[in-house]
Write a protein of this length. Structure first.
Length: 573
């Protein structure tokens, strides 16, 4: 077994390896690695999926070394490889040790073309899947038609070499009658899939057509007549046909399964997703009803458990429910999902969020993020949340912006992502860029209260208080119970000299020790320059394990004498 280095450039997880050039990259950045461990890694990757014996490694790499030198050298190389890759021998993602046999590289390996550059910048096909149109009598199966399109997106997103626009951006064109070429230009894709769903009794007909963005011609079309009980076959066949039409690298059977064989459970899951993305108080209640029903029908449905966990973390992050109340529920859902499917990247990322924000164990959170990022290809959503929930938290704001920007490329019309990216940009003083992101978000949703609230903050950071005040008023009118909106408005009102109204606003933040209320008070005092009081309320937030501390208060307090101590309270320094 020779270490010939002829396998070319390969990708696994967040890494790319070129054995011939002697280079290893992670997310496009060079990773330093000594030559001998790199040669061992290259040989293991070259024979991924096969066990490479210690003797084979000795003959290929160590040549005339004594067995003592070889044993010590190989053990050192394996330790270095695991350290660089962030791998854990007890829970390996990349290199598995087989006692008395050798080592096996177990992560999926994607062979790249010779002209590709680090981080996969070779030319690649791209597609946007538009929401399918519900043509059923009564138009009462929109949840089903949306779900079909969403699951096709999920399936295609796992196809290496294929750029797939995320659900949020693709669905921004729902109910809009615009030319396909215009949609493709906005989303930056070479092809667009559109389709219809018509149900009648227990039968369903799905039609789909793939359109060339450059000239509007049809690249492929198909019709599927199935029983509703065969919905999984409809989705798999459609996704596989599209992947084949776009010359995706994976064979059709490699596309991920749906995760449950229970049709009723899957339909409940699709309905839950439909209400989740509507993101209104009423829709959240409906989401909970349907996701609970999906789990009741199929307790082994890992995706449903993971989505339920994300719901609980969202309640804590929005201030709707105390973290001590809902984060243990999120952890239970996440643990259940990973027990059912140890390779579910979404559940792994959810574990990283919980361990970081709730346990303040950032070292273990980083390991969990690397396990989530080890999927091939890496989900743009997971890359985005890695920037938002980890890199930004630990103080690597420039890298966070880079990761979030990369994740946004697959979802360019997502207002939530643009709002969060704007918050990260504020951490590094790029206020003009933050404003541009927020205005882009508001183009998609003019009543997006969090974006309006943050745009007011951006203007305040720049000293543009006259522009900030009406925006803060608008945000408060849209979310009158939100503590951050109250705190920002009160601070801006004080600048006008209206002490009485400011006091009335602050009175709304009572009782002051209630969950989320300290956030509004911390924002208020920080904007008024009362940093001692702001730090005191931030300490209370830390006790509450509020997930928004760094994201919201970082730009206000990072230059104060208190910030280092507050970060130590969160194990961030």
């Amino acid at each position: 077994m020779a270490a010939n280095g002829k396998q070319g450039r390969v990708r696994f997880g967040a890494f790319e390896l070129d054995a011939a050039a002697g280079g290893l990259w992670r997310d496009g950045r060079t990773v330093k690695m000594q030559p001998q461990p790199l040669r061992v890694l290259a040989l293991l990757v070259e024979h991924a999926g096969d066990v490479v014996s210690r003797e084979a490694l000795r003959q290929a790499i160590w040549d005339q070394a004594t067995f003592v030198e070889f044993d010590q050298g190989l053990n050192y190389c394996i330790r270095q490889i695991r350290q660089v890759l962030g791998d854990d021998p007890a829970e390996p993602v990349y290199v598995r040790t087989l006692k008395k046999r050798g080592y096996e590289f177990i992560a999926p390996v994607d062979r790249l073309s010779s002209n590709s550059r680090p981080n996969g910048h070779a030319a690649e096909p791209s597609v946007a899947v538009l929401p399918f149109v519900d043509m059923s009598p009564g138009r009462d199966h929109e949840w089903f038609s949306d779900g079909i399109a969403a699951e096709i997106i999920n399936a295609l997103a796992r196809t290496p070499g294929l750029k797939v626009i995320s659900r949020t951006s693709a669905f921004a064109f729902k109910d809009e009658r615009k030319d396909i070429r215009h949609i493709a230009e906005v989303l930056g894709v070479s092809a667009v899939l559109e389709g219809t769903v018509r149900t009648a009794g227990t039968r369903v007909r799905v039609t789909a057509q793939l359109i060339n963005a450059s000239d509007g011609s049809h690249l492929w079309s198909e019709r599927y007549d199935r029983d509703l009980a065969d919905v999984f076959a409809v989705q798999d066949e459609t996704a596989s046909s599209i992947a084949t039409a776009l010359k995706a690298r994976l064979t059709p059977h490699s596309i991920a399964p749906r995760g449950t064989a229970n049709v009723a459970a899957y339909q409940a899951y699709l309905k839950a997703r439909y209400h989740w993305f509507r993101a209104t108080p009423d829709s959240y209640a409906m989401f909970k009803e349907f996701i609970d029903h999906a789990i009741e029908l199929d307790p082994a449905f890992a995706l449903a458990h993971s989505l339920l966990g994300a719901y609980y973390t969202g309640l804590a992050g929005s201030g709707a429910r105390p973290a001590d109340e809902v984060m243990p529920l999120a952890r239970l859902s996440q643990e259940t999902a990973l027990r059912l499917d140890p390779n579910l990247a979404e559940a792994r990322a959810l574990r990283a969020v919980i361990i970081g924000h709730y346990d303040f164990n950032w070292k273990e959170a980083e390991r969990q993020w690397q396990l989530a990022l080890a999927q091939t290809p890496v989900s743009p959503d997971i890359r985005f949340w890695y920037g938002n929930h980890y890199l930004l938290q630990i103080g690597r704001a420039d890298e966070a912006v880079e990761a979030m920007t990369g994740g946004l490329k697959a979802d360019p019309l997502n207002p939530l992502y643009r709002y969060l990216l704007a918050l990260a940009l504020c951490h590094i003083g790029r206020y003009n860029d933050a404003e541009a992101e927020l205005r882009c978000a508001l183009e998609r949703d003019q009543n997006f209260a969090r974006a309006i609230r943050t745009l007011a903050a951006v203007h305040a950071y720049q000293g543009r208080f006259e522009e900030a005040l009406p925006l803060a008023e608008r945000a408060y009118s849209l979310m009158p119970s939100n503590s951050e909106a109250i705190g920002r408005l009160a601070a801006l009102v004080i600048r006008t000299g209206d002490q009485k109204r400011a006091a009335l606003l602050i009175e709304k933040l009572r009782p002051s020790e209630s969950y989320d209320v300290p956030l509004g008070l911390a924002v208020f005092h920080a904007m008024c320059g009362e940093l001692d009081a702001a730090a005191g309320w931030t300490a209370k937030l830390i006790e509450q394990r509020h997930p928004a501390i760094v994201r919201i208060l970082g730009p206000l307090l990072s230059n104060s004498a208190h910030w280092a101590g507050l970060r130590r309270m969160m194990n961030l320094s």
